[in-house]
Ligand binder design. Structure first.
Ligand code: NAD
Length: 342
């Protein structure tokens, strides 16, 4: 089968023909219909410091996908051949204390598809049955591969009730853009989005942001205070991983507000905890992955009901072998989500 591999410990991917995976008793084989590129794939392509410490080539990359089950192992009960599935990419162990307490998103023995095990940028991928999610038939197939990042957005937005709240989303990359749509659907009353890319801000408007700000061009603090009677927002969602945006999120959230953090920071960050968090009595949530499988149910329902239209976020569709074109586009900040078809 055709596959995109991290073949060597250096920059780039290689397209190769490799054997179709052989499944174990508790695994399923999926014919990939559509996949999408994540920032993690870009890090693996670029062979950054994180990738050098984590990835063991040769590895088939890619983890966001949807496809049809073509084979199942002898112990597989819940999933059937012919099911249209996606995957929870956090392959949890089901044995550690966190899994036993139903917090599989922070499994202590977590393996990530396309990072620690062969992934989905290929014609076929094998996954354990336990991480397979059967997609409702009504979901537009094109949207099915982005349920995994949409799940990140759902958990960030819904770590507390969002209805009737004013919201600041710092970072309108693909996940921030999805979060804007989710906040809108769940009843936020005003959404302010900040991003350094005007291309992303245009999509933010289409996803339901009421006000968009490029902090390089406009004073974000003035805009937020102007839009919120001088108080700051009720909720900030940090979706960029940029230190200055974290500072914006903390400072521009009003007293007794909530800040949910999804963006990942390369190194430690300095914040004024006393003034910006403690004396304001902020509630801060760290978000990782998705709640398994509660989040998947919400995501599927949002797409099935057409309550959430994610189409503005999907900006490009390429053949699998054009993956490098997609990666370059993502690096130029001139794209939203990019789909790949094997
Ligand atoms: P992305 O890198 O495509 O998007 C980040 C966006 O932030 C970009 O549009 C960028 O222009 C913008 N940005 C950069 N500096 C900014 C600033 N100072 N102010 C406002 N915006 C700024 O990433 P993504 O795929 O949308 O993911 C969002 C973040 O979430 C990333 O940091 C990613 O690493 C992280 N992430 C976390 C998890 C998790 O489980 N916690 C899962 C997936 C992704």
């Amino acid at each position: 089968m055709k596959a995109i591999l991290k073949k060597e410990r250096n920059v780039g991917f290689v397209i190769e023909n490799v054997p179709i995976p052989t499944i174990g008793d508790d695994e399923i084989l999926v014919k990939v219909e559509v996949a999408s590129i994540c920032g993690t794939d870009v890090h693996i392509y670029d062979w950054n410091e994180w990738a050098q410490n984590r990835i063991n080539p040769p590895l088939i990359v890619g983890h966001e996908f949807a496809g049809v089950v073509v084979e199942k192992g002898s112990e597989v009960k819940r999933i059937n051949v012919g099911d249209f599935v996606s995957a929870e990419t956090h392959i949890y162990c089901n044995h550690c204390d966190m899994c036993l307490m139903n917090h599989r998103e922070v499994c202590r023995n977590l393996k990530i598809l396309g990072v620690d095990t062969n992934g989905a940028f290929a014609e076929y991928v094998k996954i354990p049955e336990r991480v397979a999610w059967v997609n409702p038939k009504e979901i537009p197939h094109k949207f099915a591969s982005i349920q995994e990042p949409l799940g990140n957005a759902v958990d960030t937005v819904l770590s507390e009730d969002i209805s009737g709240k004013t919201v600041l989303v710092t970072g309108a990359g693909p996940i921030g853009l999805l979060a804007i749509g989710v906040a809108r659907v769940f009843g936020a009353t005003k959404i302010i989005a900040s991003d350094l890319s005007n291309y992303h801000l245009e999509i933010a408007k289409r996803m339901g942001a009421d006000v968009v700000v490029n902090p390089k061009e406009t004073n974000l603090r003035e805009v937020v205070l102007n839009e919120t009677h001088g108080l700051g927002v009720d909720v900030s969602l940090e979706m960029s991983g940029a230190k200055s945006a974290l500072s914006d999120a903390l400072k521009l959230t009003k007293f007794l507000g909530r800040v949910s953090l999804l963006g990942l920071f390369d190194n430690g960050v300095e914040i004024n905890l006393t003034d910006d968090v403690i004396f304001k009595k902020l509630r801060i949530y760290g978000i990782t992955g998705r709640r398994i499988f509660e989040t998947w149910q919400i995501v599927s329902d949002l797409l099935r009901s057409r309550r959430l239209d994610v189409s503005p976020v999907i900006t490009h569709e390429f053949k699998l072998e054009e993956v490098e074109k997609g990666i370059e586009l993502m690096k130029s900040h001139q794209s939203g989500k990019i789909l790949l078809y094997p």
